[in-house]
Design a protein around this ligand. Structure first.
Ligand code: SAH
Length: 274
């Protein structure tokens, strides 16, 4: 496997075509890598990874997942946020289009599901505009991974009839742009992605908009990975618990009555078989 750390300098391999023959464009497969544990990949994702000659992957893709890529494939790392080699979204799209136009098919690998807070929609639109064919392989999104691995059923007939996925990411003007009234409804589970930086604002706004301060809430860090932690509390004490336990991204915020079931379910999941 050849790792290409700085994607800006990656150029397509010359094709074997005669100079006058136009090269048919490659095909892009947008693959969801799941929350990190490679056993949570779909069979279709594994098949796509095994068959790929070129893989462009993001920072949230679990290291173990990359083991399914063939030894002699090219791997391009396009997304580590803190890295100097980060490519802005437009450059990732440019790179994909350039490589596909040069005849290279590729897997575009994203953490979780590419169509859930993964900018897969934007990439798919750009591919349509560029006339490049693509397929989409779904992945287990972080919320599902966290629910299953940390023992939080995201819906429950007695506690939550609706489930909302939201992003706590700041807008350009430093505001968390969320419909707080809709999020503060009773009998609902709210899962917030990218919310660690804005956790105090999120908890405060949910209480201001009507949720009791004692509403159960959890942080699930590194869901499905060996370092997974689940910290439970309430809307009132969650920001302080996050500091105390030094919770770091990637982590999800889960709010709702279902969180109160977590200790009981976790006991069952950890119990040894008699
Ligand atoms: N497309 C991804 C989400 C990308 S947004 C998906 O479907 O899961 C990035 C955010 O996802 C992180 O900030 C974090 O909130 C969440 N996330 C991703 N992987 C996670 C994991 N293993 N454990 C907890 N949260 C995770």
């Amino acid at each position: 496997m050849s790792f290409i750390e700085d994607a800006r300098w990656f150029t397509a391999a010359p094709t074997a075509n005669a100079p006058d023959t136009p090269t048919p464009p490659g095909r892009v497969t947008l693959v969801g890598a799941g929350p990190g544990d490679p056993e949570l990949l779909t069979l279709r994702a594994v098949k796509a990874l095994r068959g790929a000659r070129l893989v462009l992957y993001d920072h949230l893709v679990g290291k173990e997942v990359l083991r399914y890529v063939a030894e002699d494939a090219d791997l391009i790392y396009v997304g580590k946020e803190s890295s100097h080699h980060t490519l802005p979204q437009e450059s990732i799209i440019d790179l994909m289009v350039r490589l596909a136009r040069s005849g290279r098919s590729m897997v575009r690998l994203k953490g979780g599901d590419g169509f859930i807070f993964g900018r897969g929609g934007e990439e798919a639109q750009a591919l349509v505009e560029a006339g490049i064919a693509f397929d989409v392989v779904p992945g287990i999104t972080a919320a599902q991974g966290a629910g299953a691995c940390a023992g939080i059923p995201l819906t429950h007939r007695d506690h939550a009839a609706t489930l909302v996925f939201a992003t706590g990411h700041l807008r350009g003007d430093n505001e968390v742009a969320l419909d707080w009234e809709a999020l503060a409804r009773p009998r609902q589970t709210v899962v917030i992605y990218m919310g660690m930086g804005t956790l105090p604002v999120i908890c405060e706004q949910l209480v201001c908009h009507g949720l009791p301060a004692g509403t159960p809430a959890a942080l699930v860090e590194q869901a499905s990975l060996p370092g997974q932690r689940c910290i439970t509390g309430t809307l009132q004490d969650l920001p302080q618990l996050a500091q105390q336990h030094r919770v770091r991204p990637p982590a999800l915020i889960v709010v709702g009555e279902v969180v109160a079931l977590q200790p009981q379910l976790m006991r069952g999941m950890q119990a040894s078989v008699m």
